[in-house]
Design a protein around this ligand. Structure first.
Ligand code: HEM
Length: 423
């Protein structure tokens, strides 16, 4: 497909995503230069939008050294305490349930990256979500004409109508990141900083060569990439529970077996092995409504050929995540939220059976952190309250979502009933 001046290829089946973006990832994983998204909005510092090169390799290496599966235990205590906090928020301020899941997701990642927790309705969380929304919007095809017709960037600056908006968002982004980095640096100076990703990153000699703005973006984009993604998945689980009671009942029975039918205790990480149905439900949440609806574009860096098609270097490829997730040739009854489909030998391979983390593999997937976050919260909320669906429910696919749900105690009393419209 030609969009603006560029050729895009949308891959519509797992087979071809696997053949090209996975097996040939060495040539299918670079990023296009987008004057607005990677240039003005990111100052060429966002790892998600960086082309192959020494800087990209260095950043990926450091991220993986700290954010890998072996470090999963680093996340566990934060997830544990934050999910208890989430239950507390659900119980005491149910009308803020949506902000509560945002706080949860953000606080886990802030604890890991900056060694600090976040409060409910902290305006800083709102600002962070504004910056992440801006970049997610900017990478959609044709979001900014200059990113499709890149010659426009040679217009004299005063004629670049997109520039003032982009520069204002860049300044806001830097401010949001800088506040956190300066805070941790202050604590490092006075000896009160907790060991976290930022302290290790800031001490690493490798990171010095790329300057201050790169440091801000390396740390800032982690909190950005790790917050909205997990928050969104949690909301999808709530939406799925509202839409289909069948799987919720099965999940409840599984939880009752482990924690007692009167929620005698909270589920813990150690219960995970006894709750395969919950693990399957979380994988199903990743499949059912992938976070990156049409994937994230990658650039082919050398000419290639596949099944008779010839692709020149520079062609953009993306995995068409939603189309694949909802294709009946890929999944039986794809619209149905049906955890049973993942009760198979690959259950514990968080990446197998869906493309939610992308063929380039989000560093967030490496240590199962998100899976733990989502399933601990679901288990705990379900086991304590029981999510129940009532009344008319409607889910518009995409970013617009109407949720009507209730939490009930085990004796059936209503804890809260709420209708939320997000769009
Ligand atoms: C529900 C949770 C998450 C989902 C669905 C998700 C999804 C994605 C996707 C689709 C990509 C693009 C991959 C590609 O282009 O091939 C990505 C990239 C990225 N994610 Fe995640 N992610 C999640 C959680 C996290 C977390 C918790 C972190 C950090 C702690 C994180 C950090 C990153 C980073 C740094 C990148 C850019 C990597 C690169 O381009 O080299 N993500 N994520």
């Amino acid at each position: 497909m030609r969009i603006g001046g560029k050729t895009w290829v949308f891959l519509n089946s797992s087979r071809v995503v696997n053949d090209l973006m996975e097996k040939r990832s060495a040539i299918y994983s670079s990023r296009q230069y987008m004057p607005m998204a990677s240039g003005i909005l990111s100052g060429n510092n966002r790892v998600l939008l960086m082309p192959y090169g020494e800087r990209w390799r260095m950043l990926r290496r450091i991220m993986h050294a700290i954010l890998n599966k072996q470090n999963a235990p680093v996340f566990a205590p934060f997830q544990d305490v934050e999910s208890k906090h989430l239950l507390y928020d659900f119980l005491h301020t149910p009308e803020l349930w949506y902000s509560a899941t945002q706080r949860f997701a953000n606080s886990v990642i802030m604890s890991v990256v900056f060694g600090k927790r976040m409060e409910l309705e902290d305006p800083k969380i709102r600002e962070l979500f504004d910056t992440s929304n801006a970049i997610v919007e900017a990478i959609q095809p044709s979001a900014n004409l200059v990113d499709s017709l890149t010659f426009l960037e040679y217009l004299p600056k005063p004629l670049q109508w997109w520039r003032p908006r982009g520069e204002a968002m860049f300044a806001k982004t830097v401010k949001v990141y800088q506040r956190e980095v300066e805070d941790v640096e202050r604590k490092m100076k006075d000896g009160t900083a907790k060991d976290c990703f930022a302290t290790r990153f800031l001490k690493s000699p490798e990171t010095k060569d790329y300057g201050r703005t790169q440091t801000l973006f390396a740390l800032g984009s982690l909190m950005e990439a790790g917050s909205d993604t997990s928050r969104m998945t949690l909301s999808q689980v709530v939406a799925a529970a509202v839409l289909d009671k069948r799987w919720v009942d099965t999940a409840q029975q599984a939880l009752d077996k482990v924690c007692g039918s009167n929620a005698e205790r909270l589920p813990t990480f150690d219960d995970r092995k006894d709750l395969p149905y919950i693990t399957a439900a979380v994988k199903e949440a990743f499949r059912w409504r992938p976070f990156a609806e049409i994937g994230v574009p990658h650039v082919l860096i050398q000419d290639d050929e596949y099944e008779g098609y010839k692709f020149p270097a520079g062609t953009l490829f993306t995995w068409n995540a939603t189309a694949i997730a909802l294709d009946p040739r890929e999944y039986e009854q794809p619209e149905r939220f049906w955890p049973e489909r993942f009760l198979n030998a690959d259950l514990d391979h968080v990446l197998r059976g869906h493309w939610s983390f992308g063929p380039g593999k989000s560093p967030g997937s490496a240590f199962d952190v998100v899976t733990y976050s989502v399933d601990t919260n679901f288990c705990r909320a379900q086991s304590m309250f029981g999510l129940q669906c009532r009344g008319v429910k409607c889910l518009d696919y995409g970013r617009s979502l109407v949720i009507l749900f209730q939490l009930r105690g085990h004796s059936g009393e209503q804890i809260f009933s709420y209708k939320q419209h997000e769009g």
